[in-house]
Ligand binder design. Structure first.
Ligand SMILES: NC(=O)c1ccc[n+]([C@@H]2O[C@H](COP(=O)([O-])OP(=O)(O)OC[C@H]3O[C@@H](n4cnc5c(N)ncnc54)[C@H](O)[C@@H]3O)[C@@H](O)[C@H]2O)c1
Length: 383
């Protein structure tokens, strides 16, 4: 068994995503399983170098997980030839500059979404990475969630017949921060810091729709800010400058219509924080993060509209749960493993900076559609 080390600069590791999903649940989880088996007796061993602005915070994380290397000088890290991959989970507004430096330094790169806050910036990154010949990947974690994997299984198996519509509901109440602390960082509510639910969530909806149902060809969105004042991490009141709800209608190649509501000002009356209902001629499904339930046309009830008579059937009980039939790994880790195989073995990988740019494009066009009050077509992006 030969152990090959891959050194990864992890920037933004003190943040929610950087720490929990990427360091602990992905890179350290790969180490806990003995590394990534590359076949032929080779094992890839990720060696994270924790990068950030506050040395004491990085050192504290390193000590907690028996890691040794921390760094506060990104330029020095990128100048280090022994670093193979740059990973970015910083606040969105800090991303483009850091990714450009990493590309210039010839590092392979993996990054959280959105890759930029506008499509021009996102495409420029994709072009720079292509010209430099580095490998690149963008987090598209929802594709690797059990609920959506089951949904994809149904699509691939032809369960739906002709797919007509997709309805997505995403969101939960994010506390304002005065009488209860907000459960999301305050930069999410400041446009100048890269915040806003559209730039956060439309990139996810772009790849979910694209990969399961067809490329998005038009967007019609109504985007707003429901909660205009919030309180930050220090308890200081601030004016919200970013959108906190986005109501979008998307037309897809092949004719499917998708509607997705995204909101941080909604109380959850669903089984999961995001759910997609798919209706087709032969059957329907409701998929969340973990679960997926279906109703075949043969088992579809025939309700008759009569508000004068109390309901005698429970519609929710008429759905059937899809079994796992497989073991599902953490979605972030599953995608990390595919990216590491892409780097180490040159295996194909299509969730790249161009795919990331499509997500940013949909967010940008969604915001423009809302500002202009009209439906906009979504041109195909290429480099
Ligand atoms: N894939 C997903 O499902 C998912 C979910 C949430 C967030 N995200 C993305 O991950 C990124 C990080 O989000 P998060 O929720 O972990 O944020 P966070 O605020 O918890 O973490 C941000 C990180 O960036 C660092 N940082 C660097 N420059 C900064 C600056 N100028 N101001 C403040 N912090 C700075 C912070 O120290 C911290 O390590 C965002 O781009 C976000 O869009 C992705």
């Amino acid at each position: 068994m030969t152990r090959r080390t891959v050194r990864i600069a992890v920037n933004g590791v003190t943040g929610r995503m950087g720490y929990r999903q990427h360091l602990v649940r992905s890179l350290l989880a790969i180490r806990e399983q003995g590394g990534l088996d590359l076949g032929g007796g080779d094992v890839l061993w990720p060696e994270p170098v924790l990068v950030g602005r506050r040395e004491y915070a990085l050192r504290e994380i390193a000590d907690r997980h028996d890691l040794s290397e921390v760094a506060t000088d990104l330029d020095a890290v990128l100048a280090d030839d022994s670093i193979d991959i740059y990973f970015d989970a910083q606040v969105t507004s800090a991303r483009v500059e850091a990714l450009k430096k990493a590309i210039a330094a010839g590092k392979h790169l993996y990054t959280e979404k959105p890759t930029a806050t506008d499509v021009a910036g996102a495409l420029e990154l994709a072009r720079l990475a292509q010209d430099k010949g580095v490998k690149h990947g963008v987090v598209q974690d929802k594709l690797f969630l059990p609920g959506l994997l089951k949904l994809k299984r149904l699509v691939d198996g032809g369960f739906f017949g002709d797919i007509l519509t997709v309805r997505g509901e995403f969101g939960y109440w994010v506390f304002e921060g005065d009488w209860q602390d907000a459960q999301r960082p305050s930069w999410n509510y400041r446009a100048e810091a890269g915040g806003g639910i559209t730039i956060d969530m439309f990139p996810h909806w772009e790849y979910v729709l694209h990969e399961l149902f067809g490329r998005v060809t038009s967007v019609n969105a109504h985007i707003t800010t429901h909660i205009p004042q919030r309180w930050d991490e220090r308890g200081k009141q601030y004016a919200v400058t970013a959108d906190d709800a986005a109501y979008g209608i998307f037309q897809l190649e092949g004719g499917v219509i998708a509607q997705i509501n995204s909101s941080w000002a909604v109380r959850v009356n669903r089984d999961e924080l995001v759910e997609f209902q798919v209706d087709g001629t032969h059957g329907s499904a409701v998929a969340g993060l973990r679960n997926c339930r279906v109703q075949h046309r043969a088992a579809t009830p025939k309700p008759v509209w009569n508000p004068d008579v109390p309901l005698t059937e429970s519609f929710r009980d008429q759905w059937q749960e899809i079994p796992d039939n497989a073991e599902f790994d953490n979605g972030f880790k599953a995608q990390w493993e595919l990216f590491l195989r892409h780097v180490a073995l040159d295996e194909p990988y299509h969730w790249d900076l161009l795919a990331g740019a499509r997500g940013v494009q949909l967010a940008e066009l969604g915001l423009r559609s809302s500002a202009q009050g009209r439906r906009l077509s979504v041109p195909k992006l290429s480099l």
